[in-house]
Design a protein around this ligand. Structure first.
Ligand SMILES: [Zn+2]
Length: 433
């Protein structure tokens, strides 16, 4: 049986231990001569993964610990080692303390916040995620069977969440003690003001934030916790969302909350600087910029519409008298009244604009029109359904590395160069003649 030093004192960071068993753990870690081993010790301060808290890491002697799991009465350490580990060997062990303290701050933050949600609105913590990416608790609002007449909130909105956050931080700043009470039997443990029913009948650890008479939180837990709430430092909720029939609370605690503040402050400062604004004035500047952008978009829309009107008038005239397009492209087939198609270059319009223009000719075009968006070196084909635009693109565009598609009355044909685009137009003219 491994003696669990983390249960006696969570602040043990270094200790000596004897290897009590060694077995090979599957595939080698990678480097030649090194491998993974499962190691048990006579005593360990490495907390094994459990209760939503990830395991401790560190070193056993010179060997890196990559995972720690509980297996009955033993704690199994996975270590990466060169050569053979010797059973009976005495080694000095060191904990990755920043990782452990980070875990303790976040995990204890979860206790405090869960306790506050429970006390404030009967919210029961039904799920917990403490990942490297983010931390959440899933709070379920449930009726109190012992007090069905007292109304409880039906929703956790940001206002309620921030109220609970404020209370949780008050608990932290009061530096309430965090105590672990161990009970052999369920009946004794149930005398504590528990927030959740017990899942075990014996060997029960109850964690209590504050005194049991006036606990901010009291629940069964086998994790590691700092000795006082003050060490959690800070709790910050940043998002609340509906999750199944519950409310998912995104928050951070301890150094992670500070890091989150740091990150967001940096983002905000960078954005403010790019708008030549202070952080305080930034929202106003951004709104002004958005209003200006909407204005410019409106102007652009009308300018493009006028340009399309002008192009349509010129195209209509060219179709009527058979004259070539006003501006031509190198290699572009010249237009004649009996030509089966007309290539119409557009100087300052995109392919999407060309499509807007094409809408006016779908079904009523007197011949195949190839609207050529010069900036995109691509065409919108438009006809009255004969010839079939989509079919032409599918059959001929690939000859010149083109792609695209569409239906009978319109299609896109996209090319990587003007030369290829014009060769495609030329091919269509020869095909349709
Ligand atoms: Zn805990």
């Amino acid at each position: 049986m491994t003696a669990r030093l983390y249960q006696q004192d969570v602040y043990i960071k270094e200790w000596d231990a004897q290897i009590t068993s060694v077995t090979a753990a599957g595939e080698p870690a990678g480097d030649a001569g090194s491998g993974l081993f499962h190691v048990t010790l006579d005593q360990t301060a490495f907390f094994p993964e459990g209760g939503g808290q990830s395991c401790d890491l560190g070193f056993i002697g010179p060997y890196r610990v990559t995972d720690v799991q509980e297996d009955g009465e033993e704690v199994i350490h996975t270590v990466s080692a060169d050569g053979e580990l010797q059973c009976g060997e005495q080694l000095h062990c060191t904990l990755d303390w920043p990782r452990r303290f980070d875990n303790m701050q976040r995990h204890c933050g979860e206790h405090i916040l869960s306790g506050i949600f429970y006390a404030r609105c009967g919210g029961v913590n039904r799920g917990f995620h403490m990942g490297d990416d983010y931390m959440t608790i899933d709070i379920s609002l449930e009726d109190d069977p012992t007090d069905p007449d007292t109304p409880r909130p039906q929703e956790i909105d940001m206002d309620l969440a921030l109220e609970c956050e404020a209370r949780a931080n008050e608990v932290i700043w009061s530096d309430a003690p965090v105590s672990v009470f161990r009970f052999e039997e369920r009946e004794e443990a149930e005398r504590m003001p528990l927030r959740k029913a017990l899942a075990f009948d014996e060997d029960i650890s109850i964690v209590c934030v504050g005194s049991p008479e006036n606990a901010a939180d009291c629940v069964a837990c086998c994790g590691t916790h700092p000795s006082t709430a003050g060490q959690v430092g800070l709790i910050k909720i940043y998002k609340v969302e509906h999750y199944k029939s519950m409310f998912r609370i995104y928050f951070e605690a301890g150094a992670r909350a500070l890091k989150d503040y740091d990150n967001k402050h940096r983002i905000l400062t960078d954005l403010s600087n790019s708008y030549s604004s202070s952080v305080e004035e930034f929202p106003e500047k951004l709104r002004a910029q958005e209003a200006r952008l909407a204005e410019v978009k409106d102007q652009l829309y009308h300018a493009k519409k006028a340009l399309i009107d002008k192009e349509c008038a010129a195209l209509d005239a060219a179709l009527a008298d058979g004259s070539p397009a006003a501006h031509t492209c190198p290699g572009q087939p010249l237009h004649t009244p009996d030509a089966p198609l007309i290539v119409w270059p557009l100087e300052n319009l995109s392919l999407d604009d060309a499509f807007d223009m094409a809408k006016r000719y779908m079904k009523n075009a007197t011949k195949l029109i190839l609207l050529y968006a010069k900036q995109d070196t691509s065409f919108i084909l438009v006809s009255n359904g004969e010839p079939k635009c989509g079919k032409l693109v599918r059959e001929y565009a690939s000859f010149y590395q083109g792609k695209g598609g569409g239906n009978d009355v319109s299609a896109r044909a996209i090319f990587s160069s003007e030369e290829n685009a014009m060769l495609f137009a030329d091919l269509l003219e020869k095909h349709l003649r």
